[in-house]
Write a protein that binds this ligand. Structure first.
Ligand code: CP
Ligand code: NVA
Length: 302
């Protein structure tokens, strides 16, 4: 395992599967009531420059369940928000803590933090990617379908951090990926370049029904991500129709599952009916954030 988890592009297929296997074991231990304080006495610093419910709570409870503790640092009440250089934050936290989780805007900030930190750095979402979410997604799909290799995931919506991470994560574990997005909101060029290395496994099209055809898992995310709230009206026009609804479900495989990283906007990227019909899968996915991130912390911080 590498020192950090900055993006799935950095991980080998074996490393991704090792995290998923470890997550399954940690989940089984928790369900059986077996204590697992593998990180006793260790401290995770959690830097948040954007909002969060799932990421904060799953990391914080996760480190407690592993016997360690967490410190929450928001940009509003730490020196980070007053422009202390990330290089200095990295070196200071490395003297006190055993790991850093960061949620911010620029991927470069996370990369620089990791470069200067002597302790593991975990990306809790940037504008470029959301690796922890996709590890939980892969864990959930494998739980429900019994395998990953050979399955097809279709993502409908903005070519954003979620799309970027899903493309990389799914292709690396042998899944096919199709992205349905408007021409002007495609995934990151670096990720599209990566996907070129998987001929016959990847498709990016504005045609939603074509993308969803025979999918085993359908995935969507908000039309405007954190930091893009001011673009919402403009985006609403472009993304109209980029929605998981009955028509989309009808062309997917029978028994196709639905995933959403949450928070969800019913009536926009997904209908209320499809959301509720697949709520068990979606909330298993949310729960698996806990187990997948405990696996990441265990493997990086032990
Ligand atoms: N899916 C996800 O990362 O949720 P939060 O923004 O609530 O952390
Ligand atoms: N694309 C969304 C994901 C939230 C988990 C965002 O960045 O806001």
């Amino acid at each position: 395992m590498k020192k950090d988890l900055l993006k799935l592009l950095d991980l080998s297929s074996e490393e991704i599967l090792e995290i998923l296997d470890t997550a399954d074991q940690l989940k089984a231990m928790r369900k059986a009531g077996i204590q697992h304080p593998f990180l006793a006495g260790k401290t995770l610093a959690m830097i948040f420059e954007k909002s969060s419910t799932r990421t904060r709570v799953s990391f914080e409870t996760g480190i407690y369940q592993l016997g360690g503790n967490a410190i929450y640092l928001s940009d509003k009440d730490s020196q980070i928000g007053r422009n202390e250089p990330v290089q200095d934050t990295a070196r200071v936290l490395s003297r006190f803590c055993d790991g850093i989780m960061i949620r911010t805007f620029a991927q470069e900030e996370v990369e620089t933090l990791a470069q200067y930190a002597t302790i593991p750095v975990i990306n809790g979402l940037t504008d470029f990617c959301h690796p922890c979410q996709v590890l939980a997604d892969l864990m959930t799909i494998r739980e429900h379908k019994g395998k990953l290799e050979g399955l097809k995931l279709c993502y409908i919506g903005d070519g954003n951090n979620m799309a970027n991470s899903l493309i990389v994560g799914c292709l690396k574990v042998g899944m096919k990926v199709s992205i349905a997005c408007p021409e002007t909101y495609k995934p990151d060029p670096e990720v599209l370049k990566f996907a070129e290395g998987y001929p016959g496994m990847f498709q990016c099209t504005p045609d939603i029904l074509d993308a969803a055809k025979d999918a085993d898992a359908l995935y969507t995310d908000v039309w405007a991500s954190m930091g893009q709230e001011g673009e919402f009206n403009e985006r609403k026009k472009v993304f109209e129709g980029y929605q998981i609804n009955d028509a989309v479900m009808a062309v997917a495989h029978e028994g196709a599952m639905v995933q959403h990283c949450l928070p969800a906007h019913r009536g926009e990227e997904i209908t209320a009916e499809v959301f509720e019909a697949h709520a068990d899968e979606i909330f298993d996915e949310a729960e698996n954030r806990l187990h997948a991130q405990k696996a990441v912390m265990y493997l990086l911080m032990k």
